[in-house]
Ligand binder design. Structure first.
Ligand SMILES: O=P(O)(O)O[C@H]1O[C@H](CO)[C@@H](O)[C@H]1O
Ligand SMILES: O=c1cc[nH]c(=O)[nH]1
Length: 239
C-alpha cells in the first residue's frame, strides 16, 4: 500500500492506463477487461486490474491536474514497480487541424508549471514521452486503421483564463511553442517517468475546440472516447 493507493503491491499490473476521470476507468474495466478486480477506492480514485485478451493491465483514474497525476504516477512507478503508464485523456484544441473526437498522440509537452524544477531541480519547461511507447502506439493505430495525429501539447495548471491573460496563451503557447492542444496531466507524468527511468505516453481525444467552439458533453467525455481506449489497449499487447 502507498499513501494514496490502497492496493497490495501484487494487485497492480506493470502496465497502467490512466484516464483523468475515475468513472472512465470503471467504464473501461467493465467494457474491455476480463477477470476484473477493483484495487483502489481510496478517495474514490477508482482502479481496476484485469486482463485485456492475455495481457494483465491496471486501469486507474489520475484525477485532474499536474499535482494529482504527479502523486499517483510517482507512487505507481516507485512503490508498485509499474513500468509503463499510458494516459488516456481529453484535450481542448487550438487549431482547426484538430476537431472534436480526433485522437492525438503527444510528441512533447510544454508547461509553465514548476513541477519539474520543484521535484528534481530540472531546468526547462519541456517533458517528453517514451519514444518506444509512442512508436508502439503509432504501429497499433496503423494496424487498426485508426487515425492518430501526433502533436505537441500544452499542459496547464489553469482550465479557464481571464481575458487579460489570453494574449500570453496566443503569443507564448500557440505561436512560440507551437502547441496544438491543451490538457492538464502529461507534464508530471512524463517528468516522473523520466526521473525514475520508466516509460510513459499520452493519447488524447479532442473534447472541445477553441476554434470551432464545438464541445462534447460530460457524459460523452466519460463514455464515448473509444478510439483512444482501443488504440491504448491494442498497444499494450506489444509490450
Ligand atoms: O479527461 P481528462 O483525462 O480528465 O483530461 C482533461 O480533462 C480535465 C479538464 O476538464 C483535465 O484533467 C484535462 O487534462
Ligand atoms: O485541459 C483541458 C481539457 C479539455 N479541454 C480544455 O479546454 N482543457
Amino acid at each position: 500500500m502507498s499513501t494514496h493507493i490502497g492496493a497490495q503491491k501484487d494487485e497492480i499490473a506493470n502496465i497502467v492506463l490512466m484516464p483523468g476521470d475515475p468513472l472512465r476507468a470503471k467504464m473501461i474495466a467493465e467494457t474491455y477487461l476480463s477477470d476484473v478486480k477493483i484495487i483502489n477506492t481510496v478517495r474514490n480514485m477508482l482502479g481496476y486490474t484485469g486482463f485485456y485478451k492475455t495481457i494483465r493491465v491496471t486501469v486507474m483514474g489520475s484525477g485532474m491536474g499536474i499535482p494529482s497525476m504527479g502523486i499517483y504516477s510517482y507512487e505507481l512507478f516507485d512503490k508498485y514497480d509499474v513500468d509503463y503508464i499510458i494516459r488516456i485523456g481529453t484535450a481542448g484544441s487550438y487549431t482547426k487541424e484538430l476537431d472534436i473526437f480526433d485522437t492525438v498522440l503527444v510528441t512533447e509537452c510544454y508547461s509553465d508549471s514548476n513541477y519539474s524544477y520543484v521535484q528534481s531541480l530540472k531546468q526547462g519547461h519541456i517533458e517528453k514521452p517514451s519514444i518506444q511507447l509512442n512508436d508502439i502506439i503509432l504501429a497499433a493505430a496503423k494496424k487498426m486503421k485508426k487515425d492518430i495525429l501526433p502533436a505537441k501539447v500544452y499542459c496547464t495548471d489553469v482550465y479557464k483564463r481571464e481575458q487579460n491573460a489570453q494574449q500570453i496563451l496566443l503569443n507564448e503557447i500557440i505561436e512560440k511553442q507551437g502547441c496544438k492542444c491543451v490538457e492538464m496531466e502529461s507534464y508530471s507524468l512524463f517528468h516522473n517517468a523520466n526521473v525514475l527511468n520508466k516509460q510513459a505516453a499520452c493519447i488524447l481525444t479532442i473534447s472541445d475546440s477553441m476554434v470551432s467552439k464545438k464541445k462534447t458533453t460530460s457524459k460523452e467525455r466519460e463514455t464515448v472516447f473509444l478510439n483512444m481506449i482501443e488504440i491504448a489497449l491494442e498497444s499494450i499487447r506489444s509490450l
